[in-house]
Design a protein around this ligand. Structure first.
Ligand code: ADP
Ligand code: ADP
Ligand code: ZN
Length: 215
C-alpha cells in the first residue's frame, strides 16, 4: 500500500511516518530529509538548494522528482509513505506516472489538519536526532535524558535552521499557495481523507490506521 501524508510544516507527517514504518514495515520517503542529506554531504545539488530551503521556499520540481525516482527504484514490499512530497501539481502528476510505471497504485492521501498557530508552536520547539531521525519537541515531547536520543542513545540532537518564525511564515505561505490545491486534485481521484492533526500523537495514529484499514 502506497500513501501520501499531506499537510503544512509541523502537521506531524514525519512523526506519524516513523510509526507507520515501525508498525507496518512501510518505507518513508521524505524529500525534506533527502534534501538535508544532500546539503550535509556537500554535493553540488545540496549547495544549490541550501539557501532556498533556509528561506522557506520550495526547491524546483525537477530536483525533488529526481530524488524520489531514485528511491522508488529500490521498491518497498510494505509500500511507500510519501512525506512532504508531492508539494505541487507538477510533482503530483509526475508521481502518478512513476507509480503507474511500477505497476502500483496510490491507496490513500491523508491530509493532516492543524491550525496555523499550533504549527508555529510545534515547529519552533522541534528538534530531531541526527543519527536515527527521531522527532522531539522541547515542551511536549522532550527526550527522557536531556541531550540523549531515547531511540538510539546518540547525543547528536539538532534544530533545523529553517525552523524559525520568519522562514515558517514563508513555508506556510508556500503551502497555501502551491500545495493545498493537491487536496482538490486527490479528492477528484477519490483518494483524499482528512484527519484531525490537533489530537495527541496516539490519537492521530489511530485516525490514520482507521483510514488505512479501509483503503
Ligand atoms: P516540514 O517537515 O517542515 O514540512 P520538510 O522537511 O518536508 O519540511 O521540507 C523542508 C524544506 O525542504 C522545504 O521548506 C522546501 O524548501 C524543501 N522541500 C522538501 N520537500 C520538497 C518538495 N517536495 N518540493 C519542493 N521543496 C521541498
Ligand atoms: P512535519 O513532518 O509535518 O513537519 P513533525 O512530525 O516533524 O511534522 O512534527 C512537528 C513537531 O510537532 C515536532 O516537534 C513533533 O514532536 C511535534 N508533534 C508531532 N505530532 C504532534 C501531535 N499530534 N501533538 C503535539 N505535537 C506533535
Ligand atoms: Zn536517535
Amino acid at each position: 500500500m502506497n500513501i501520501i501524508l499531506l499537510g503544512p510544516p509541523g502537521a506531524g507527517k514525519g512523526t506519524q511516518a516513523r510509526r507507520l514504518m515501525d508498525k507496518r514495515g512501510m518505507v518513508q520517503l521524505s524529500t525534506g530529509d533527502m534534501l538535508r542529506e544532500a546539503r550535509s554531504s556537500g554535493s553540488a545539488m545540496g549547495k544549490r538548494v541550501a539557501e532556498v530551503m533556509d528561506r522557506g521556499e520550495l526547491v524546483t520540481d525537477e530536483i525533488v522528482i529526481g530524488l524520489i525516482e531514485e528511491k522508488l527504484a529500490a521498491g518497498a514490499p510494505g509500500g511507500f509513505i510519501f512525506d512532504g512530497f508531492p508539494r505541487t501539481l507538477g510533482q503530483a502528476d509526475a508521481l502518478d506516472g512513476l507509480i503507474e510505471r511500477m505497476g502500483q497504485k496510490l491507496s490513500a492521501v491523508i491530509e493532516m489538519q492543524v491550525d496555523d498557530d499550533v504549527l508555529v508552536e510545534r515547529v519552533s520547539g522541534r528538534f530531531t536526532c541526527g543519527n536515527c531521525g527521531a522527532v522531539y519537541h522541547e515542551r511536549t515531547h522532550p527526550t527522557a535524558v536531556a541531550g540523549i536520543c531515547d531511540a538510539c542513545g546518540s547525543s547528536d540532537l539538532r534544530k533545523r535552521p529553517d525552523d524559525n518564525a520568519e522562514s515558517m511564515r514563508q513555508r506556510l505561505m508556500e503551502y497555501y499557495k502551491k500545495t493545498s490545491s493537491l487536496i482538490g486534485y486527490y479528492h477528484a481521484k477519490g483518494l483524499h481523507h482528512s484527519i484531525d492533526g490537533l489530537a495527541d500523537v496516539d490519537t492521530v495514529e489511530q485516525s490514520i490506521a482507521h483510514v488505512l484499514d479501509r483503503a
